[in-house]
Design a protein around this ligand. Structure first.
Ligand code: ZN
Length: 267
């Protein structure tokens, strides 16, 4: 663990960390956003082809996901523009899809490629909670957490290889790493849990995005409580990578007053 830390630290010093413009935190950054978006669009299409995607013209759930997604992505664009950071969303082409699956899961790939699993909906129960979890997942993406994990994975598993080289020389391993880094599959290799710091950032900004989209951020407490209780279910991955515990609830309570400043009820 210590060796890994030193390895990551020296990688940081030698090859470059990037200051994250959203969070102001230095992150290991061995991959460019445009490279990641390119891989993401391929992986996203493959994923959709391999799963049953609900049609929002006939499925009320999918229509709700589309509506919440549109509102949250508009809110994020507005937030970044207001902060003078609109360029950070360069290359983003938002897509929201709902797939039929028992898994309690949701994720957002670089470039704004979002998937909600129907197994999550009994836990969200309402549109506001869906907005909370979508805000959280999208915040992971725009705060470049997946990119950070992808960089760590390239360091740990592939000797710091550049993404392009890794894709050419070890395409399957690199694709698996990508999927794991973005919280999509954890069947191959070790699960890289989202760090506590990444979780906290995703909660903090996710609440602001949901609030700006017109969803009450106070709903987050009840939602993450339900997620915590759903932990006894059949899909531990999402829950183990998204720890729902006392610390999270305590942090959420701290973030809610800030998020409330952005909230205007739609009613
Ligand atoms: Zn998370």
């Amino acid at each position: 663990m210590k060796t890994l830390f030193i390895l990551l630290l020296s990688a940081c010093l030698l090859t470059g960390c990037a200051l994250n413009i959203l969070t102001g935190r230095n992150q290991l950054s061995l991959v460019s956003e445009s490279e990641l978006q390119l891989v993401a669009s391929g992986q996203y299409n493959t994923f959709l082809n391999e799963n049953r995607v609900l049609n929002s013209a006939t499925s009320r759930d999918a229509a709700t996901v589309d509506r919440v997604g549109a509102r949250i992505s508009n809110a994020i664009t507005k937030y970044y523009d207001k902060e003078g950071k609109g360029s950070l969303l360069e290359g983003y082409k938002w897509e929201f899809n709902t797939i039929e699956s028992k898994e309690i899961n949701a994720w957002c790939m670089p470039g704004g490629k979002v998937v909600i699993y129907t197994g999550l909906l009994p836990v969200t129960q309402n549109e506001t909670s869906l907005a909370i979890v979508m805000g959280h997942e999208i915040a992971h993406a725009v705060a470049k957490h997946g990119s950070e994990r992808m960089s760590q994975g390239l360091m740990q598993q592939m000797g710091g290889m550049a993404l392009g080289v890794a894709l050419a020389q070890k395409p399957q391993q690199t694709q698996d790493l990508f999927m794991t880094a973005f919280g999509i599959g954890s069947t191959v290799g070790a699960i890289l849990p989202w760090s506590r710091q990444q979780e906290t950032e995703a909660d903090q900004y996710g609440l602001i995005f949901a609030a700006m989209a017109g969803y009450d951020p106070r709903e987050a407490l009840a939602f993450w409580q339900r997620m915590s209780e759903a932990g006894g279910g059949s899909q531990p991955e999402f829950l183990s990578t998204h720890p729902s515990d006392e610390t999270r609830l305590r942090k959420l309570k701290q973030f809610i007053p800030e998020a409330m400043k952005y909230y205007t009820s739609r009613k």
